[in-house]
Write a protein that binds this ligand. Structure first.
Ligand SMILES: Nc1ncnc2c1ncn2[C@@H]1O[C@H](COP(=O)(O)OP(=O)(O)OP(=O)(O)O)[C@@H](O)[C@H]1O
Ligand SMILES: [Mg+2]
Length: 580
C-alpha cells in the first residue's frame, strides 16, 4: 500500500478538482439505483391508489432527477479524467527522465525494457487513479446510501442485506490472491514479450542477413505462449467468480421476495416500499462484492507502481548530492583506489583491485584484449553506474559525496557506438554542450574533428539531418561527429572508448593527432585496440580480466617484455597476416 500513496503524489497538484470529480462520478451507482427505485415505488403507490395524477408526478420526478444526475455525474467523469491524465503525463515525464538519467546496466542494455516500462508499466500503475479507486468509492457511497434507505424502511431487511452483503464480500475477497498473483505474472510476461520484440526489431539487419525470421518467430511464440497460459488461468478463476456471483444474486432474490413477501403479508411493509427496497438490496449485495474485489484489482497497478516509482526515485537520488561536503572539484587529478566492480546481473567481477592515479593533463591509454574491462573502467570513472559508492575521486571531490549528475559534468565521452540522435548535424554536435552551443563553437569543434569539410559539402550543411541513430552517415562520419560533440563540451577530462575504431588508418591518425592536440589543457583517457595510439601516451595501462597488470610508458613496457609486449607482437603478426 506504500506505493498506492506514493502514486498519489502526482495527483497532489490537481487534488481538489480530482477529488470533487471523483466524488460526483462515484455517487452515480447510488443515484442511478435510487432514482429508478423511487420511481417504481411512486408508480406502485399510484397503482394502489388508482391515481393517474400520481403517475404523472412520478414521471415528472423521474425526468428531472435523471436529467440532473446525468449532468452532474457526466461533469464528474470529465473533471476527474482530465485531472488524472495530467498526473499520468507528469509521471511518464519523470519516468522517461529516469530512464535517460540512470542505469546503463539496465536501461542501456535493455532498451526494450524501458519502452515496456514507459508504456505498459506506467499505464498500469496509473490505473490506480481511475478504476480501483472509483469502484471502491462508488461502492462505499452506494452501500452507505442503500443501507440507510433499507433500514429506514424495515430493520429486518436491513439486517438481511448486511448478511447477504458480507457473504458476497467474503466470496469475492477469496478470489483476490490468485488473481493478483496472475496479474503480476502477466505484467512480467508482457514486459518480456515487448522487450524481446524490440530487441528483434533493432537487430533487423542481422535477422535478415542470416534468415533468422523463423527463429525469431519461435522466440515470439514461446514468450507469448506464457501469456496465453496466464490468460487461461485468469479466465478460469473469473469463471468461478462469476458462478458465485450468480448464486449470490439468487440469495438476494430470496431475501427480497421471500422475506419481503412475508413482511407484506404480515402488513408491516407496503408494496410501494417493496418496490424501492428491491433495487437497494440487489445493489448493496453487488456493491459489497465489488469492494471485496478492490484489493485484487489494485494489485497489478501496485506491482507496476512499485517498479515505476522505484526507478523514478533512483533517478532523483542521482540528482542529489549525497553529502554536505563541497561539491566542486579542485583541479582534476583523478584517483581510483581499489575499485572492484560487478555488473548487477553478472556472477563475476568485471573489475578487480583497480588503483590509479592520473595527474592533470595526462594522456592515458587503456589497452588489453577484448573483454578485459576497458569500457567498464571508463564507464565507472565517468559515473555511468548507479552506485552509491565507488572509490573514485576527482580533484579531491569524492564520487560518493556528490550527485551523479554533478560528477558527469567533468567528463566528455565518445564511445564505440557513437550514437547520434535523429536531429540535424549542428544540433547533434550542440548536444555536447547541453544543446546550447553557438554555430562558431560547433564548426570549430567540427573542424578539429576533421568533419567540417564533409558537413559543408552536404546538402543543407550543418542543418542536414542525420537520420535515426545517424543512419544516413557512415560509421567513420558518425565517429567524427561524436568527437566534435565531445569537443564542444569543454570538459576537463575527455574519455575516448574505441572512438576511432571505425576509421581508416589515415583518418584515424589525423583524428588521433587532433585528440592529442588537446593534451595541454585536458586529461585524455583513451581506450584503444590500436597500440600505435599508445605510443605517445604519458601512461599506458594494461588490463587483463578486469585487473591492471602493467602500467608504464610504451617504451618501458616494450622493454619489459610482459603483457603489453605480447599484445604488441600479436598486433604485428595480425597486420603482416592481413597484408599477406
Ligand atoms: N552490461 C553488462 N552486464 C554484464 N556484464 C557486462 C556488461 N558489459 C560488459 N560486461 C562484461 O564485463 C567484462 C568487461 O567488458 P568491457 O566491455 O569492459 O571490455 P572491453 O575491455 O571494453 O572489451 P572490448 O575491447 O571488446 O570493448 C566482459 O567480461 C563483459 O562480458
Ligand atoms: Mg570496450
Amino acid at each position: 500500500m506504500k506505493y498506492f500513496f506514493k502514486m498519489f503524489r502526482y495527483l497532489r497538484p490537481y487534488w481538489l478538482s480530482y477529488g470533487l470529480g471523483m466524488f460526483l462520478y462515484s455517487a452515480q451507482t447510488f443515484v442511478f439505483t435510487f432514482i429508478p427505485g423511487m420511481f417504481a415505488s411512486m408508480i406502485m403507490a399510484a397503482i394502489l391508489a388508482a391515481s393517474p395524477a400520481m403517475i404523472n408526478d412520478a414521471l415528472i420526478f423521474m425526468g428531472i432527477a435523471v436529467a440532473i444526475a446525468s449532468v452532474v455525474t457526466g461533469a464528474g467523469i470529465y473533471v476527474y479524467v482530465i485531472q488524472s491524465n495530467k498526473a499520468i503525463r507528469d509521471l511518464k515525464r519523470d519516468l522517461f527522465r529516469a530512464f535517460t538519467a540512470t542505469g546503463i546496466e539496465t536501461a542501456h542494455t535493455h532498451s526494450g525494457e524501458g519502452i515496456a516500462a514507459l508504456n505498459t508499466e506506467a499505464d498500469r500503475a496509473t490505473e490506480v487513479y481511475g478504476n480501483p479507486l472509483s469502484v471502491f468509492l462508488r461502492n462505499v457511497i452506494a452501500i452507505a446510501g442503500f443501507i440507510v434507505v433499507i433500514f429506514l424502511i424495515d430493520w429486518r431487511l436491513g439486517l438481511g442485506t448486511l448478511a447477504v452483503g458480507s457473504l458476497s464480500f467474503f466470496i469475492q475477497n477469496r478470489f483476490t490472491k490468485p488473481l493478483a498473483k496472475i496479474g503480476k505474472e502477466q505484467l512480467d510476461a508482457n514486459a518480456a514479450v515487448v522487450s524481446s520484440m524490440s530487441n528483434k526489431f533493432s537487430g533487423g539487419l542481422t535477422i535478415r542477413a542470416y534468415n533468422l525470421q523463423e527463429r525469431a518467430l519461435v522466440t515470439f511464440d514461446r514468450e507469448s505462449s506464457k501469456l496465453k497460459f496466464l490468460d487461461f488461468r485468469r479466465a478460469g478463476i473469473q469463471a468461478f467468480q462469476n458462478m458465485f456471483m450468480t448464486l449470490q444474486g439468487w440469495l438476494t432474490l430470496v431475501l427480497i421476495f421471500g422475506g419481503g413477501g412475508l413482511l407484506v403479508i404480515a402488513d408491516v411493509l407496503n408494496l410501494a416500499d417493496l418496490m424501492l427496497v428491491w433495487p437497494m438490496v440487489t445493489g448493496a449485495a453487488h456493491a459489497f462484492g465489488d469492494i471485496g474485489q478492490t484489493y485484487a484489482s489494485l494489485q497489478p497497478p501496485l506491482v507496476a507502481a512499485e517498479k515505476v516509482i522505484d526507478r523514478i526515485d533512483a533517478a532523483r537520488r542521482g540528482d542529489r548530492p549525497r553529502s554536505p561536503a563541497p561539491q566542486t572539484a579542485k583541479g582534476y587529478e583523478l584517483r581510483v583506489e581499489n575499485l572492484n566492480f560487478r555488473y548487477r546481473e553478472s556472477q563475476s567481477e568485471a573489475l578487480r583491485n583497480i588503483s590509479l592515479e592520473i595527474p592533470e593533463n595526462q594522456v592515458v591509454a587503456f589497452v588489453g584484449g577484448s573483454g578485459s574491462g576497458k569500457s567498464t573502467l571508463l564507464r565507472a570513472i565517468i559515473g555511468m553506474f548507479e552506485r552509491e559508492e565507488l572509490p573514485i575521486t576527482l580533484g579531491g571531490l569524492r564520487f560518493s559525496d556528490t550527485s551523479v549528475r554533478n560528477w558527469r559534468k567533468n567528463f566528455a565521452f565518445v564511445d564505440q557506438s557513437c550514437t547520434l540522435f535523429d536531429m540535424t548535424i549542428a544540433e547533434n554536435i550542440a548536444m555536447g554542450a547541453g544543446g546550447a552551443a553557438s554555430i562558431e563553437d560547433i564548426s570549430h569543434a567540427a573542424r578539429r574533428a576533421h568533419i567540417h569539410d564533409f558537413i559543408e559539402a552536404l546538402e543543407g550543411g550543418y542543418d542536414a539531418p542525420t537520420g535515426e541513430k545517424g543512419g544516413s552517415l557512415s560509421g567513420g562520419q558518425r565517429q567524427r561527429i561524436a568527437i566534435a560533440r565531445a569537443l564542444v563540451k569543454k570538459a576537463p577530462i575527455i574519455v575516448f572508448d574505441e572512438a576511432t575504431s571505425a576509421l581508416d588508418k589515415e583518418t584515424e591518425a589525423q583524428i588521433m593527432e587532433t585528440i592529442l592536440s588537446l593534451r595541454n589543457d585536458h586529461t585524455l583517457l583513451i581506450s584503444t585496440h590500436n597500440l600505435d595510439n599508445a605510443v605517445c601516451a604519458d601512461m599506458v595501462i594494461v588490463l587483463e580480466n578486469g585487473e591492471i597488470v602493467e602500467v608504464g610508458l610504451h617504451d618501458e613496457l616494450m622493454a619489459k617484455g610482459g603483457a603489453y609486449r605480447k599484445l604488441y607482437d600479436e598486433k604485428d603478426k595480425d597486420s603482416t597476416e592481413n597484408a599477406g
